[in-house]
Design a protein around this ligand. Sequence first.
Ligand code: NI
Length: 178
Amino acid sequence: MAVRQVLKMGDPLLWQEAQPVTEFDTPVLHDLLTDMRDTMAELNGAGLAAPQIGVSLQVVIFGVQDNPRYPDAEVVPETVLINPRLSALSDLQDEAWEGCLSVPGMRGLVSRYLHLRYQGYDACGQVIDRSVSGFHARVVQHEVDHLYGVLYPMRIRDLRNFGYNEVLFPDRPPEIDD
Ligand code: NI
């Protein structure tokens, strides 16, 4: 299929609320997921939401294994998550630096729930129901935010904790940028 163009912050499509998927295991849905996987792999993303390529559906993908953009991250299984519902399993939150393919070259410090249950469906309509923590929980919260028109800079509490990657992290090799 194809690597698609990722919309950047400022594009009004990124502020829209995405619609639920009503038909699973269709050629259209599988083609969308192929494009999303190709695009995420090309850009070394940890995840991608359908609205980021201009498709306003409740579809996200994520997964982290040996990703040069996240060299120290724990492994997150490759997952397709459709029509997701999230619930925090405790009030505990932690802060960490996030990036986004729609906000290239930047990082921001964002607080997220540490322990999370997520439910939804895979591409064939099979139920997904997982309880996760840490980086895995963070990635899911970031991606699902995209389905509600929320980009991570909107969640930064102190905008002094938002900046250019090479300024914030000057020791990172230049090829590890987004
Ligand atoms: Ni993002």
